[in-house]
Write a protein that binds this ligand. Sequence first.
Ligand SMILES: [Zn+2]
Length: 121
Amino acid sequence: MLIKKNALEFILGVSRELYPREFSCQLRGTDEVIEEAIVLPKTIYGEGFASTYLNMKPIDSSIIGSAHSHPTANNKPSAQDLRFFESFGLVHLIIKYPHKTIRDIAAYNRNGEIMPVESTP
Ligand SMILES: [Zn+2]
């Protein structure tokens, strides 16, 4: 999976800005490229954000997945994350602290299996 540089920088930037709160968004693109990060107006940023996040339904068919940050240096999915990943999409990103580079990002498919992700201009 590829991610456009703009989308990558946006996700990392907002993750850093909101730290230690968590950030979540949807991803728009194709089956090959994550083109854009979409922040839903109703998304609540905060430590208790999980219920909003789990109810986050894709807003249209170009939504290919989700991204969210973790406030720790761990980008492994929680049991709750895995249940959410199963519900839709092709790719789900978790961004770990310090939210600085693509190396802080892990990408997972719906089954929670890790997949490679690379930046593209
Ligand atoms: Zn998580």
